[in-house]
Design a protein around this ligand. Structure first.
Ligand code: PLP
Length: 476
């Protein structure tokens, strides 16, 4: 493909994306396909001769689009938002167009320096402590990771090695391998699955502590640390959540942070979804205690209009990250050390795209006020849904925070399970399940940029209709 063909192909694809967006309000959230349908429509081998782009694009229409789950449809309310906006798509396109590998400064000076600046812009916009910013004089700093999973893993590795090194320095003769076995990390029983996965990768025992109303309290953490220390365990990190996946609950960050400070334990906050709301000053009280944290991750690719992948992670002292996972090679030495940041040593892969372009485009196109409007609108839409649920005495709201509401039919779990199955089988709407204690609930997340109050009302009316037509034993 030459440049002139690329122009045609690229323009056709932009039109295609625009058409797709115009069609989204009328699309069902789920595709009408059975497992294996898409794979069956594809040839079993790659073509020997190259094909024209028009042929390829036709198959997007006939094979791929019919098999998409429409995360950007206003009828999609599953999981959390998959961040998306036109400036961000264009930023992605440019990143791919430039095709740079910005793993060190020389790999693309603009990549490193734009990222440093964006992490300062974003950190300031979210009201984070100054010590996290690259522009502060201290050893703090921010980086863009691919995902919250990567951010948590990097924080866990840094905390693990910081703890090991400080113990070995204090206790002469103690064997690193023996000490490693005794390390323990803490999180809550509501924490995202990625935290358990990070602990598995890092070979650190993780304790998922019991919550009250889905929140981890300081007293629970304190008791556990006390018991563990008495049994010879060595606490290395507490990973609290601000905005859990299940119900958007916020752990008691100030209580947890205080304990971490007293016990000299690394304190990380996973604010993958709800962290974006800190751009609105009225939500900052949820973040009380952040000034005690050692690291934090917020994912603009969830709730700040930036396409996946873009997780912003800040460290109080990035040198612990470098000590833990940093590597040196002659071929990576680019004489940029005086600039201070070689981002490949802040992440798990070596290669890195310039993700900061899409973040830059979003921050500039929307401005802080535009993003605030977007977040406030989602919260207002969720509140509206909560009010609608409260109008029907057959239902109860089980949790409501930010853009996420969970609800259920009163009485047996099996009724709510049947309701969810009926909705999903129909395919127009999509919701995900959760369990709060032993209550089975349906999570209703406001997900897309184009969701309007009529969509919320229609979704609720459909829930009522599904409920009315379900065959069940009302007396059960
Ligand atoms: N943390 C929380 C609170 C989440 O809700 C999620 C995903 O929904 C994650 C972490 C994992 O995010 P990622 O897919 O960016 O790794």
């Amino acid at each position: 493909m030459d440049v002139s063909e690329f122009r045609e192909f690229g323009k056709a694809v932009v039109d295609h994306i625009a058409d797709y967006w115009e069609s989204l309000p009328n699309r069902h959230a789920l595709p009408v396909v059975k497992p294996g349908d898409i794979a069956k429509s594809l040839p079993s081998k790659a073509p020997v001769k190259g094909e024209h782009w028009e042929e390829i694009l036709k198959d997007i229409d006939s094979i791929i689009q019919p098999g998409l789950t429409h995360w950007q449809s206003p009828n999609f309310h599953g999981y959390f938002p998959s961040g998306h906006s036109f400036p961000s798509i264009v930023g992605e396109l440019l990143t791919a167009g430039f095709g740079c590998m910005a793993f060190n400064w020389m790999g693309s000076p603009a990549g490193t320096e734009l990222e440093i600046t964006m992490m300062n812009w974003l950190g300031q916009a979210l009201g984070l402590p100054q010590y996290f910013l690259n522009c502060d004089e201290g050893p703090g700093g921010g980086v863009i990771h691919g995902s919250a999973s990567e951010a948590v893993l990097v924080a866990l590795l840094a905390a693990r090695d910081k703890t090991l090194n400080s113990f070995i320095n204090k206790q002469n003769g103690v064997r690193r391998s023996n000490l490693r076995e005794n390390l323990v990390a803490y999180t809550s029983d509501q924490a995202n699955s990625c935290i358990e996965k990070a602990a598995k990768i890092a070979s650190v025992t993780i304790k998922q502590l019991k919550t009250h109303n889905c929140q981890l309290r300081g007293s629970t953490l304190r008791d556990e640390i006390f018991k563990d220390k008495a049994n010879g365990f060595v606490p290395c990190i507490v990973i609290a959540t601000m905005g859990t996946t299940g119900t958007c609950a916020c752990d008691c960050l100030d209580e947890i942070g205080q304990i971490c400070k007293e016990e000299n334990i690394w304190f990380h906050i996973d604010a993958a979804y709800a962290g974006s709301a800190m751009i609105c000053p009225e939500y900052r009280p949820f973040m009380g205690g952040v000034e005690l944290s050692d690291s934090i991750n917020v994912s603009p690719h969830k709730w700040m209009l930036v396409n996946y992948d873009c997780t912003a992670t800040w460290f109080r002292d990035h040198r612990y990250v470098i000590d833990s996972i940093g590597v040196k090679r002659v071929y990576l030495d680019d004489q940029s050390s005086e600039y201070g940041i070689d981002y490949h040593n802040w992440q798990t892969p070596l290669g890195r795209r310039i993700r900061s372009i899409k973040l830059w485009f979003v921050l500039r196109s929307y401005g802080i006020e535009g993003i605030q409007r977007y977040i406030r609108n989602h919260v207002a839409l969720a509140k509206y849904f909560e009010q609608l649920v409260n109008t029907d005495s057959r239902f109860e709201v089980c949790s409501s925070c930010m853009g996420l509401v969970s609800f259920r039919l009163k009485r047996r779990n099996s009724l709510t399970e049947l309701l969810l199955k009926t909705i999903i089988d129909d395919g127009k709407y999509y919701y995900t399940p959760y369990k709060i204690g032993n209550k089975f609930v349906i999570r209703f997340a406001v997900c897309t940029r184009i969701t309007k109050s009529e969509d919320i009302k229609n979704a609720w009316n459909a829930i009522v209709d599904y409920t009315n037509t379900m065959q069940w034993d009302l007396n059960g």
